[in-house]
Design a binder for this molecule. Structure first.
Ligand code: ATP
Ligand code: MG
Ligand code: MG
Length: 551
């Protein structure tokens, strides 16, 4: 069966193509290994792998590796890991560099067929003649001369910048991408995969369409900025007489408060604004992962954003919303106190010793009888001393305030109701400790006190030993502006306070949680956290609720 759509007007080429693909959709995700993949790449993966899957087709992971000076083995690795992490299964992993020999042969073929020539214009001259639509003085040199020079380029006899191979397209075209694009340039640079085999490398424009054709890609999906190159893409394949895929463009993903460009992300790393490509503030896939993002959350986000042909700026909150939806189901509940206020329980012995330790629910909303519902951890106030958040006590009570205040009652989550009976205040007027009494008979509570609000807390280990401590990192947005691209100087827009290091006071169970890599926790009334794979800390994933409108 013929593909739904095809560019191919040559029946023989179409027949060959169909014989190879069996009429299946074939796509590719083609990253350049010049940096760590970011959330924009997740969109590209979602489209390429997703479209192939939806159509019962196949998708390649193909490294677009023809700029050896920018590409590194660690980037190939990070890309491979990210693809697998998001659950995509490439039919094969290929590299543009696998086809260097074939591409070189095509280049010689183009010289002989009058479609390419060796040119000695330098960069500035090329730019100028493209603008003025004037031909290079070498455009009409004999093919034999170009062939000899091109072979000399390959042999390393011609210096960098002294010659390029250019496509003989149409210098009068209104499309600048048709004005004799560069096909090959000399680079005395080892290639991360091909080693020192080459000193001429194909350009993106030359390589991309050829590899698409060689891999029998049916739909070559790319971002809108490549729209102008569609004409040259098909021109070159036609000149070579090889199969022509359909090209579809879609808009790049942009998100508020971050940059989604490897160049800028690299600068953040190199200039020390962040601690590496996988810093939890980075919109790289490895950064998002350390921040606690799950594949489900990212894939959901990519789906929601969808495919458009207009440039837009998606709100960061949408990404967080997708994360919350997933973590709400998988994160075990714990209690943490980040800003401690000491609370003394004056009458702790009024409660039987066995009742001084309560079973806190790991999944309070789980349906009864499910394994989740059975998961609890102990929370103890047996030492007669606990921490609560400083914000949960106020000297002056008010109507909309649900915390503790002098004379007022609250419930210690999973535990008893307590009433504030005294407090200490330092010279500056700050409350330094509160004394409470357990309400032993809750039936005595009347009016509003009948249903006191519950606050989170953590018990001391003994009257002299505070609770366990863990390192906690809270994060703010990486850039102050919503639209970073519109900021006059994107570097000056970096939020210097995007990471806040805190100490969390926790029940002992959290020390075990820390031993589990990438474990998600919901600290009740505080936020979602994840164990950091590179340290003994907990990284904040997001707050419990959106603080802004979503769209
Ligand atoms: P960057 O400018 O960040 O380097 P790129 O386009 O050069 O991005 P590649 O690694 O060459 O990145 O791209 C791999 C694929 O991912 C391409 O098809 C590219 O169009 C797509 N892609 C890259 N960034 C985005 C984005 N922000 N939104 C959607 N697709 C993207
Ligand atoms: Mg690129
Ligand atoms: Mg780019």
């Amino acid at each position: 069966s013929a593909p739904e759509e095809n560019e191919q007007d040559d029946p023989k080429l179409l027949a060959e193509h169909l014989a190879t693909t069996g009429g299946k959709v074939v796509t590719r995700f083609p990253p350049e290994p010049n940096g760590f993949p970011h959330i924009g790449h997740a969109k590209s993966m979602g489209l390429n792998f997703g479209y192939a899957k939806a159509k019962g087709g196949i998708c390649y992971l193909r490294y677009d590796d023809t700029n050896p000076e920018a590409e590194k083995p660690e980037y190939y690795k990070a890309i491979r890991e990210a693809v697998a992490w998001l659950g995509h299964e490439p039919v094969a992993v290929t590299k543009a560099s696998d086809y260097f020999e074939q591409m070189y042969a095509y280049a010689e073929q183009l010289i002989l067929s009058g479609h390419a020539y060796v040119c000695h214009q330098n960069k500035a001259e090329i730019v100028e003649s493209r603008q003025k639509r004037t031909n290079s003085p070498w455009r009409d040199r004999p093919a034999a001369e170009s062939l000899k020079l091109f072979r000399d380029m390959r042999k390393g006899k011609i210096g960098e910048g002294e010659a390029t191979l250019r496509l003989k397209m149409d210098m009068q075209s209104d499309n600048p991408c048709m004005r004799d694009l560069i096909a090959y340039r000399v680079k005395f640079h080892e290639h991360p995969m091909a080693g020192d085999a080459w000193c001429v490398y194909p350009s993106y424009d030359f390589e991309h369409c050829i590899v698409d054709a060689l891999e029998n890609i049916t739909h070559s999906l790319c971002t809108l900025e490549f729209g102008l190159r569609r004409e040259s893409y098909h021109w070159l394949l036609k000149a070579l007489g090889i199969y022509r895929p359909v090209v579809w463009e879609y808009s790049r993903l942009n998100i508020t408060h971050v940059v989604v460009s490897k160049r800028k992300l690299r600068a953040l790393v190199e200039d020390g604004f962040v601690d590496g490509w996988d810093d939890p503030r980075m919109p790289t896939l490895s950064g998002l992962r350390r921040r606690g993002y799950t594949p489900a959350a990212i894939n959901k986000f990519v789906d929601l954003v969808g495919v458009t042909r207009t440039e837009n700026l998606v709100r960061y909150e949408l990404l967080e919303h997708c994360l919350r939806e997933d973590l709400g189901n998988i994160a075990e509940r714990r209690m943490v106190v980040l800003d401690p206020l000491e609370v003394i329980i004056a009458n702790v012995d009024a409660v039987a010793p066995a009742a001084q330790t309560v079973a806190a629910a790991s999944f309070p909303n789980a349906a009864e009888g499910t394994p989740e519902a059975a998961m609890t951890y102990p929370a103890s106030f047996a030492a007669g001393k606990i921490y609560i958040e400083a914000r949960d006590f106020r000297l002056n009570d008010s109507k909309k305030y649900f915390g503790l205040a002098p004379g007022k009652v609250v419930r210690l989550r999973y535990g008893p109701v307590v009433r504030a009976v005294a407090n200490d205040v330092d010279a500056a007027g700050n409350v330094t400790s509160v004394t409470v009494e357990i309400v032993t008979d809750e039936s005595t509570l009347t009016g509003k006190s009948k249903k006191p609000k519950a606050i989170h807390w953590v018990g001391w280990v003994s009257p002299t030993t505070p609770p366990a401590q863990v390192a906690v990192r809270n994060y703010g947005v990486l850039f102050k502006s919503e639209n970073v691209a519109a900021a006059p100087d994107w570097r000056a827009d970096v939020n210097e306070n995007s990471r806040v290091d805190l100490v969390g006071y926790v029940p002992p169970v959290v020390l075990n949680d820390l031993k589990v890599p990438e474990k998600h926790l919901q600290f009740e009334r505080v936020g979602y956290y994840v164990t950091d794979v590179k340290s003994n800390a907990l990284n904040q994933c997001c707050e419990l609720k959106a603080t802004n409108a979503l769209f």
